[in-house]
Design a protein around this ligand. Structure first.
Ligand SMILES: [Zn+2]
Length: 215
């Protein structure tokens, strides 16, 4: 996050920085497909050498084609009602496994996990009571979001993760996740209020479990 004030540029960083450290900002949405990002950069006569672009640039054609094909199949599951059938959920999870296998060189940069259809899948898993599977998938998506600098989507995914742990009544994990969420609320939004703005009910539900969100 940055603002320009007269001759100064004020930046808020997500991790501590030392003098002379390089500060990086996103020019594009990192969740966009590699091809879309390349097209954007080419039109600006620019070549991106970030870790994500480098990794995807080095990816083999076979792997990229399989990714495109799997993502297309997964799009079919973007319809929420379609996923009410357990067999469809099972098939969608299988596709996710294929996608995860493609990000072996560095799973933390596997941005296809941030796709809308995967978010819908996590919602369906939650609604079907598959809290453990849902939490597992959310953890992976969050780790990607935070690695590629998409902290705000990562923040909302973590709220969903907290919802899963609430269902599983895992107080220890809940406290741990809430501490991270609070840290990120301050980092990304500058205030803890972001938590109740995004999910006021969660604050109430946590308090019912004896966990205070605001001291
Ligand atoms: Zn890049």
């Amino acid at each position: 996050m940055w603002i320009v004030y007269e001759n100064y540029m004020v930046m808020r960083t997500t991790k501590p920085v030392k003098e002379r450290d390089e500060l990086l900002v996103n020019y594009v949405n990192s969740t966009q497909d590699f091809e879309e990002r390349v097209e954007f950069f080419e039109s600006h006569e620019f070549e991106c050498a970030c870790t994500l672009c480098t990794l995807e640039h080095e990816e083999s054609t076979t792997s990229r084609n399989l990714r495109t094909k799997t993502m297309q199949e997964l799009q079919l599951f973007s319809d929420h009602d379609y996923l009410t059938y357990p067999a469809k959920v099972k098939k969608a999870l299988k596709l996710v496994k294929t996608l995860q296998g493609l990000g072996k060189s560095d799973p933390a940069y596997n941005v296809c996990l941030l796709h809308k259809s995967i978010r819908i899948l996590t919602v369906c898993l939650y609604e079907n009571g598959n809290y453990g599977k849902c939490a597992d998938l959310l953890e992976k998506c969050i780790s990607v979001a935070e690695t590629v600098g998409e902290g705000v989507p990562g923040f909302t995914l973590r709220i969903n993760l907290i919802r899963c742990w609430m269902e599983m009544k895992n107080i220890l994990e809940l406290k741990k996740q809430l501490d991270i969420l609070k840290k990120h609320a301050l980092c990304w939004f500058g205030s803890l209020d972001a938590i109740s703005i995004l999910d006021e009910d969660m604050v109430v539900d946590l308090e019912e479990l004896g966990i205070k969100v605001f001291d």
